[in-house]
Design a protein around this ligand. Structure first.
Ligand code: ADP
Length: 471
């Protein structure tokens, strides 16, 4: 069983969000079950060839995109990582610029559709050239949504799995862009009700198997929660091939006992290091350094869906109640402005770091008491899983993977604080409950222990993927 895993971002080479973490950790977890596991991804210019030992693979080619003949070359790891070879597609025109999907100001690149058409057509070319001798192509999100139909249209005897990490991002493209794609598929794609096309829906229609990243999110998709009519129609037609499998995490990289980014280590039986990390985090973030006050952390893309409209409404009153907040995130400039203003209104009580900062993300997980993740919807979510592992009690909205992975606190039970519906008062009440239990030292320490005791390694979920591969 030979598998090629396709992803637009892969940790540790490139990362914009959770897709990268999954692409970096699921394939290695599957190596015990398959005979070959390889990954293919773009070679973005910020990927440091020397740092990762990436070398030219001696494979070059061209693909046709509309009337243009475009060159590519292939790079690879000199030494495969955890038994997984990673292939990188190089193109100066499409990937030779800073940023994965967006410019530094947060705006998406205008040619994103062409960039990922190119990416997929190169993969098709490599498959046609028999550069990869594989049985299964595992596609992820809209960046590889056209591959299932391309593989079929060109009669390749390869099975396709398509994993939906987030149904919000369709990779919509226009009729004019459709004309750039190979002729055999043009008539087979279905227009949306707006007259454009959706790479996501094509993946859904044409893959042999579909997965999404939690059972809860699979149910929501099937029920049509927050979906437009057309998308729901496609989901309904595909639902018998859809399975929800909750994401695992890389338990070595996110390990409070050996995290290379945090100055102090701790474990379920020796928690002193967590307090020391808290002090370090408070200092680094210029927050008042009293350890008694609860510290609420947040690490997130700054988008409305992650719950910021609710959080921002509540900041002043919870600062008045004695809480402190640290936010790390980049994205929507309006949300960034609101967080910046809140931090200026409450110096020493609210900190906001605008940017993408891996070391700080680890320190926030390690040093905060509570993790705020009231997403309106969340296919799986990874930060609540990292938080549980670091004893940082999550406050989550009961949706998708958040509802599947965090259980609500009730005397002596539960691993976090869960609220619904997605409205201001239920979130306010959840934060109040959290802060009340935080004052009950013994209860809180038992709650932390239960959280840290959860197993979110890939073991169970990788086996579920393997079963699908086998089928
Ligand atoms: P999504 O994929 O919707 O962004 P997830 O919770 O599934 O949400 O995954 C987000 C991942 O990106 C996590 O690993 C999180 O730590 C990381 N992340 C998000 N924003 C930042 C940031 N500003 N700095 C560092 N890491 C971030």
């Amino acid at each position: 069983m030979k598998v090629l895993f396709v992803s637009a971002e892969v940790t540790p080479f490139s990362k914009a969000g959770g897709l990268a973490d999954v692409a970096g950790s699921l394939p290695p977890a599957l190596t015990p079950y398959v005979s070959s596991m390889q990954i293919i991804t773009p070679l973005y210019s910020q990927i440091d060839l020397k740092q990762f030992g990436i070398i030219a693979a001696g494979v070059t080619g061209t693909i046709k995109l509309g009337d243009e003949i475009l060159p590519y070359s292939l790079f690879k790891l000199e030494n495969p990582l955890n038994d997984v070879q990673v292939w990188f597609i190089e193109s100066d025109q499409f990937f030779g610029r800073m940023g994965i999907y967006t410019k530094p100001d947060g705006e998406g690149f205008e040619d994103n559709n062409l960039r990922y058409f190119f990416f997929q057509l190169v993969i098709l070319d490599l498959l046609q050239q028999k550069h990869f001798n594989i049985d299964i192509l595992h596609c992820n999100d809209h960046h590889s949504g056209l591959l299932p139909i391309l593989v079929k249209a060109f009669d390749l005897t390869i099975r396709t799995i398509y994993t939906i990490h987030n149904f919000l991002y369709h990779g919509h493209f226009s009729k004019a862009e459709l004309e750039l794609l190979p002729k055999p598929i043009r008539n087979q794609l279905s227009p949306t009700q707006w007259g454009n096309f959706s790479a996501l829906l094509e993946g859904l229609d044409h893959a042999d198997f579909l997965t999404t990243v939690s059972p809860g999110y699979a149910h929501e998709l099937i029920a049509g929660v927050d979906l437009d009519e057309n998308s729901h129609k496609h989901i309904r037609a595909a639902q018998t091939k859809l399975t929800g499998i909750v994401n695992g995490i890389d338990t070595e990289y996110w390990n409070p006992e050996a995290d290379s980014y945090t100055p102090f280590h701790f474990s379920i039986n020796a928690l002193e290091g967590k307090q020391q990390n808290k002090l370090e985090l408070l200092k680094q973030s210029h927050l008042d350094d009293d350890l008694e006050a609860p510290l609420l952390g947040s690490i997130s893309r700054l988008v409305e869906n992650k719950g910021f409209p609710l959080i921002i409404e509540l900041l002043d009153e919870f600062v008045a109640a004695g809480a402190k907040f640290i936010f790390l995130g980049s994205g929507d400039p309006l949300i960034a402005d609101q967080l910046r203003q809140a931090s200026q209104r409450h110096p020493g009580r609210i900190a906001f770091d605008d940017g993408f900062n891996e070391p700080l993300a680890h320190l926030i997980e390690a040093g905060s008491d509570i993790f705020l993740m009231p997403s309106r919807f969340e296919p799986c979510g990874l930060n609540q899983l990292y938080s549980l592992r670091y004893g940082t009690i999550p406050i989550v909205h009961k949706t998708g993977g958040l509802g599947d992975t965090v259980t609500n606190y009730q005397a002596g039970q539960g691993t976090g604080f869960v609220f619904q519906p997605y409205q201001l008062d239920p979130l306010r009440e959840a934060i109040q409950r959290t802060l009340t239990v935080f004052q009950m030292k013994q209860e809180w320490s038992e709650l932390m222990q239960r959280a840290m005791d959860q197993d979110f390694s890939w073991n169970r979920s990788a086996l579920e993927y393997y079963r699908i591969y086998k089928t």
